[in-house]
Design a protein around this ligand. Structure first.
Ligand code: OGA
Ligand code: NM2
Ligand code: ZN
Length: 398
């Protein structure tokens, strides 16, 4: 119920409130002591401001809404719960409260704030092996703004979207990246060919298994988004795997807080050297689990193939580090967490490389005419830019 309640905190929903005609004062700054709580404030409907930001003030037990026009309102948790507009709590036909007072928890808390108006559904949704993978048509995404918007919103929310119906020939990831803006060049080229190659300069370019990894943790700013297009599939093997890394990191935080602390505070060395687009010698130090200043997980950086043998940490931390990584990898690999799929020629998978870990089973190589995926990287700034422009074009969002 609480999730519904929080969703309801949007401009449209406020207008559906009982008693919305009496318009309480707006507060310009959140001076909690000054605001009248006799009536919870409603937004200034004349100007129709949208919600810019919403956050829960847990100590004060208030939800703070910053409106687009610079004003700000405060909503007590208990009042929000009392005025939930969901069908269980409100009799729509009478616009009357059906929630019994005896069922009102006056100490209710808030675990999540979700905006469903112009920030519609961009909150991340965690998943496991039972993922119903969002799927779209490649041609529609290229030619139809609504389809492109739905694609990018799902990419942000779920972290992975499958596209079908691309021609089974090279060049499609570049076409798709033009739909956004431009792709991210790396030492592996503008786009890159995942094939079994002699003298492979990367384990991805063999027919071997790739255990769950994020791409390019050897860079301090790894690519945010990855496209992989299947040009040819193997006769045997080559199935794909994906795991929701943010979901797993949160699970690790609960199940094994010590391991979480170690993986989010110790910096691990990664290295990658060779020649491709040009010669390269790349080194980085990254947390396997990156968190922001509020403790939220922001990025997973892990590829066992490029993890350096240099381990720049005090010797007494080495064993706890290995044990923590073991716990994380064991959690990632549990069958209930891994979504498995098999790409066929013309399929193209797009995913959040900061959030997901992905892998592939080994395959039977036939030399030249063997399995062939073409890949490309993008960064989230460019993807989010296109998403905002499409939101405006399709829905008139500002
Ligand atoms: C890669 C990779 C997946 C595959 O090249 O980094 O993860 O299915 N490839 O070959
Ligand atoms: N490729 C696929 O971290 C990595 O080395 C990932 C990158 C070779 C461009 C593989
Ligand atoms: Zn990869």
């Amino acid at each position: 119920m609480l999730s519904y309640l929080t969703r309801w905190v949007s401009r449209g929903a406020f207008q559906a409130l009982k008693g919305a005609s009496s318009r309480p004062q707006l507060v310009k700054t959140p001076h909690i002591g000054n605001q009248t709580l006799a009536a919870a404030p409603l937004p200034f409907t004349g100007g129709s401001p949208g919600v810019r930001q919403a956050r829960a003030l847990d100590q004060e037990r208030l939800l703070q809404i910053d409106w687009d026009d610079g004003s700000c309102s405060l909503y007590p948790f208990t009042w929000l719960r009392d005025n939930c507009q969901c069908p269980h709590c409100t009799l729509q036909s009478a616009q009357a409260r059906s929630l019994l007072f005896s069922n009102l928890d006056v100490h209710t808390g808030m675990d999540q704030v979700q905006l469903m108006d112009n920030k519609v559904g961009l909150e991340r949704e965690y998943w496991d092996s039972s993922l119903q993978i969002p799927t779209a048509d490649f041609q529609e995404v290229l030619h139809d703004d609504k389809a492109a918007l739905a694609w990018l919103e799902a990419l942000r929310r779920i972290g992975i979207v499958y596209l079908r119906g691309a021609p089974a020939e090279q060049g499609q990831v570049a076409r798709l990246s033009q739909r956004i803006g431009y792709l991210r060049l790396t030492f592996y080229g503008h786009t890159w060919q995942v094939q079994d190659k002699p003298m492979a300069n990367n384990v991805a370019y063999t027919s071997g298994e790739l255990s769950l990894h994020t791409d390019y943790p050897a860079l301090h700013h790894p690519p945010g988004v990855q496209f992989l297009h299947c040009v040819r599939q193997a006769d045997q093997g080559g199935e794909s795997e994906a795991v929701d890394g943010f979901h797993m990191a949160e699970q690790l935080r609960r199940e094994d807080p010590e391991a979480f602390n170690i993986l989010s505070s110790l910096r691990v060395d990664f290295t990658d050297s060779g020649a491709d687009y040009c010669d390269f010698s790349v080194q980085s130090k990254n947390h396997i689990i990156d968190v922001d200043s509020e403790g939220r997980v922001t990025r997973i950086n892990y590829n066992n193939a490029t993890r350096d043998s240099v381990l720049d940490m005090p010797v007494h931390q080495v064993q706890p580090f290995y044990s923590s990584l073991k716990a994380f990898v064991e959690l990632l690999s549990r069958p209930e967490n891994v979504f498995t799929y098999r790409m066929e020629p013309g399929d193209l998978v797009t995913f959040d490389n900061w959030r997901l870990l992905h892998g592939r089973k080994s395959y039977l190589s036939r030399g030249q005419n063997s399995r062939h995926l073409e890949g490309a990287y993008l960064d989230w700034d460019e993807v989010m830019s296109r998403l905002r422009i499409l939101q405006k074009a399709v829905r008139g969002d500002s």
